[in-house]
Write a protein that binds this ligand. Structure first.
Ligand code: PLP
Length: 282
């Protein structure tokens, strides 16, 4: 079952207008929320980011936070898997014609569904993944979790064809993020992360990694990171709600550090998993 505009319908019965602006223009925003043992993780933070994305594109929020939480919990309850990935999107609806300015009035489309969450297993974490560097040719509002994902599609396909998992994006010589992840760098025992700006998505996992560094006294700095620093890193990680903390061991065919996942990735992953387990027990 999926949730579509106020009702739960079977996948095959879910119908969206061909004029939906999500389909015509990518005119909408989305969230992906991990669910462990049927409990959504960092839900309040995801709802807050959804609210920010909606506000940024001038789309009235169709639901207050408590209603979003109720809807998401209802979708989780319908699914058979215990660990899930909830996908939620809101578009500026369908006007019955194709024109760029906002339709008046606007009737948003709300879609929520959930699939099985598959996070990297121990073997994947131990092996790490390969990545390519790429020019960040996206727009200048990457802080909005927008449905315009063509750059992501093209960049991830480019990575896939090269046997890689992610692309590491640089804009004007500075690290921004991954195609669908945030990127952390480790140098000389210090965890480095680029500062939030309109050029990257404020990742929920990014925030948690930095919170864990603060809470556990892990040396870290949030500052702009130049491309040569990434190429000379001791460790490189990609982070996201579904990939969690995943070490990148090769960039453009060159080993990152020793060419295998480093000690800080392992430490932060342990802290992350412990944090998750503690939250799930509450
Ligand atoms: N950056 C981009 C462009 C993303 O698409 C994502 C997640 O899909 C992230 C960063 C990581 O964000 P989060 O940790 O909230 O999943």
């Amino acid at each position: 079952m999926i949730y579509l505009n106020g009702e739960f319908v079977a996948y095959q019965d879910a119908k969206i207008s061909a004029f939906d602006r999500g389909c015509l223009f990518g005119d909408g925003v989305y969230e992906v929320i991990p669910v462990y043992s049927r409990r959504p993780f960092r839900l309040a933070e995801h709802v807050t980011r959804l609210e920010a994305s909606l506000a940024a594109i001038g789309l009235d929020n169709p639901h207050p936070a408590d209603e979003w939480i109720r809807l998401i919990e209802a979708v989780i309850a319908q699914q058979t898997f215990d660990d899930q990935s909830v996908y939620l999107h809101v578009t500026r609806g369908a006007a019955g014609y194709r024109d760029f300015p906002f339709p008046q009035p606007t009737q948003p489309t709300v879609l929520i569904f959930s699939t099985e969450l598959v996070t990297p297993d121990a073997a994947q974490k131990a092996a790490g993944v390969r990545a390519l560097s790429h020019a960040d040719f996206r727009w200048l509002r990457c802080d909005i979790k927008s449905l315009n994902l063509l750059p992501t599609v093209l960049m991830r396909e480019h990575a896939r064809r090269a046997g890689c998992t992610e692309v590491v994006l640089f804009r004007d010589g500075w690290l921004s993020e991954g195609a669908a992840s945030n990127i952390f760098v480790v140098k000389d025992g210090v965890v480095l992360a680029p500062p939030k700006s309109q050029l990257m998505l404020p990742g929920i996992t990014y925030d948690l990694v930095l919170e864990l560094c603060v809470a556990h006294g892990v040396a870290h700095a949030v500052r702009p990171i130049a491309e040569p620093e990434v190429r000379e890193a001791d460790e490189l990680w990609m982070t996201s709600s579904t990939k969690e903390i995943l070490p990148i061991v090769e960039l453009d065919g060159q080993a990152v550090g020793a060419g295998r996942p480093g000690p800080l990735a392992a430490q932060l992953d342990t802290l992350y998993q412990d944090f998750k387990a503690r939250i799930m027990r509450q």
